[in-house]
Each structure stands twice: as C-alpha cells, then as structure tokens.
Design a binder for this molecule. Structure first.
Ligand SMILES: Cc1cc2nc3c(=O)[nH]c(=O)nc-3n(C[C@H](O)[C@H](O)[C@H](O)COP(=O)(O)O)c2cc1C
Length: 337
C-alpha cells in the first residue's frame, strides 16, 4: 500500500512494556503487514539495537511517548502510596518514597531517529515540537500522530504530521489522548475515524477493538487506509507478553475490560481485576509518577503469577486473541482486505 511500505493494510500496533519484540515485528512484516517497534520505557541503546535488527526486513516504524507535564502533588502521591502499602506488602515489593518523573529519554531518541532514520515514526500522548517534527520529516521519515478526538487530529494536521493513528476507546493499553485527565468517551473506532475524516485530509491508520476480519473491513470502509491491531497479537508465540498476562487473557474468570488510571496515573484499557476495583475510585492522575510508584508492585505481581495486582492491558476484542504464530493472526485478518 502507498502510505506504508507493506503488502497489506494491516499494522502491528506498538506495545511497550514487553509485548512488542523484534521477532514479532519480523513475523508481521514477513506476513505482509507493517510493524511498529515500541520505544517507550526502553533505553536509547536498546532501541538502537532493535532498529538494527529490524532494519534489514524493510518497512517498519518506531513509536515514541511524548513527555507530558505532570499534574500530581506531593500530597496526592503520599496518600496513594499509603493506600497501596498493603498491596506492596502482600508481594514483598518496595514502593518508591519520592515521586519520580522522566521524559523517557526524548531528546536522545529523537537524535537517534534523525541520525539513523527509519521509514515511519509515530507519537502517542501528544505532539512533538515543530522543530523535532521537521527534523524527522527532513530525514525522510513519515510522521504519524496518534489522536483520540477530531480536535487532536486538527492540531496534528496544523503542526504538519503526515498521517494519523486514530485510536478509539476500545483500544488496549494507554489512551493516546493529549490530555491525560480527559474522560475517554466510548465512541466506536469507526465513528471516530469518520469524525476525524471530516476535519482533516490526512491518511488514517485506525486502531482499537479489532476482533477479527469483519472489524478490519468496517474500519477500512469507514475511511481508514490501514488498520492497527495490538490485543490480537498479545498471545502469539513471538510476542513478549508475560506468562501471567497471557494466561489472564485466556482465563474466563476475567470477563470484561475497563478504562483505568489506577496503575499508571494515565487512562488505559485492561482486564478488570481486584487492584482496579480496590483503587480506581481514589487513584490520582499523574503520569509517569504513578507508573513509577506502582512499577515494583506490578513487577512482583508478574513474577508471582498474581493477575489480581497486575496491569493486564487488553482491548475489547481480547477474547478473540489466538495463540500460535503471529503469521496466523495476520493471514486471518488478510481475509478482510
Ligand atoms: C500491552 C499494550 C501496550 C501498548 N503500548 C503502546 C505504546 O507503547 N505506544 C502506543 O502508541 N500505543 C500502545 N498501545 C496501544 C496500541 O498501539 C493500539 O492503539 C491498540 O493496541 C489498538 O487496540 P487493540 O488493542 O484493541 O487492537 C498498547 C496496547 C497494548 C495492548
């Protein structure tokens, strides 16, 4: 297809925190799809190594987290830390006393992608500066902005983005919203694509809630040039999804997904579990401070095989996520295109 250098209009959505791997990206590319590497939470050295390994296959992209200004106060942090103490004690985890922030190594990652350009870069959580966007475009990279409303789409267009990832509320993982405190409306991805189409001429990759070929077809019919899938790849052989997360996705005891900011201070969709039920009501917004606060607890939960205290990111289509090779998922979805 013309927007992306791939045989079919199926994109492997970036999934930071483990699920996206070099092996998954190579498998998706080999099946005719277009993979995005996930730069989030990764050191610039680790990202450079992944790019080196994927570059030889051809078309691929890299996804970056745009740093956001924090909103949390020291008192809110202290109070939430105290609330989580019993959860941490149950797992033998140590919660950081001092709020920690970071910019996910933004400057170093942009410098890497300018010095060693890749075919596509996408952003989530906001827009880059005009200067950073111009540097990437000058390097020959196609720049995608992830958006969750028509207003965000217009802002991306005005800034000079080449294309959009339009992410609906049914998507697994963090919402790409520019405003971390915004209530995410439960609009369908197809409706959102149509709304964005009416305000910008930019090409669209639609993401969120895909559970099979008919969902892909509906999104292409709504005006998207390509469709991104995340959740459907989470249980595949090549994904780096933890055992606890994989098992929960296939466990009928988890019967729905919800939007939550209890784990990271930023709204994300995941399987509803005990941690969310116990803490959602009082959890403050504040990314990345809450992400860093709960991280040791989540790591311990993953190691202990405790899905009740782990962020189990999943989109609404999770019951259709198959195991087996990623090629199987891409071939299955190809029936729609
Ligand atoms: C485990 C997980 C991690 C994710 N990490 C990222 C990320 O690093 N960057 C990003 O832009 N989107 C991320 N997302 C969102 C996906 O890119 C994509 O929008 C979403 O998976 C599409 O919806 P679906 O899961 O229903 O297919 C993540 C999603 C999941 C499930």
């Amino acid at each position: 297809m013309s927007l992306l250098d791939s045989a079919i209009p199926i994109v492997a959505a970036p999934m930071a925190g483990g699920p996206t791997t070099v092996a998954l990206s190579i498998a998706v590319h080999g099946s005719g799809g277009f993979p995005f590497l996930a730069a989030g939470y990764k050191s610039v050295e680790a990202l450079a190594e992944e790019i080196r390994q994927v570059r030889s296959v051809g078309g691929f992209g890299v996804n970056l987290f745009v740093p956001s200004a924090t909103t949390i106060t020291a008192e809110e942090y202290r109070r939430y830390r105290a609330e989580l103490q019993a959860e941490a004690d149950a797992l033998g985890a140590e919660l950081p006393l001092i709020p920690r922030s970071d910019d996910d190594d933004w400057d170093a990652k942009i410098d890497l992608l300018v010095a060693s350009p890749v075919p596509a870069v996408s952003f989530t959580f906001g827009l880059p500066s005009h200067a950073d966007l111009a540097r990437l475009k000058k390097a020959g990279t196609t720049v995608f902005a992830s958006v969750t409303t028509p207003d965000e789409a217009r802002a991306a267009y005005d800034l000079g983005a080449d294309a959009l990832v339009v992410q609906g509320a049914s998507a697994g993982g963090h919402s790409a919203t520019f405003d971390p405190q915004r209530t995410i409306e439960e609009t369908s991805t197809a409706e959102l694509v149509r709304a964005v189409r009416s305000v910008t001429p930019l090409p669209i990759v639609a993401a969120g809630g895909v559970d099979g070929p008919s969902a892909v077809r509906a999104l292409l019919e709504s005006g998207a040039e390509a469709v991104a899938v995340g959740t459907l790849l989470l249980r595949t052989d090549e994904a780096g999804t933890s055992r606890t997360h994989r098992d929960a996705l296939a466990d009928p005891a988890f019967s729905e997904t919800v939007l939550t900011h209890a784990f990271t201070g930023r709204t994300a969709r995941g399987l509803r579990n005990g941690f969310i039920d116990r803490h959602e009501a009082l959890a403050p917004f504040g990314y990345p401070e809450i992400h860093h606060l709960t991280r040791p607890l989540r790591q311990a939960a993953s190691q202990a095989g405790d899905p009740g205290r782990l962020h189990l990111w999943a989109g609404t289509g999770y019951t259709s996520a198959p195991d087996g090779p990623a090629t199987g998922v891409i071939r299955w979805l190809t029936d729609a295109v």
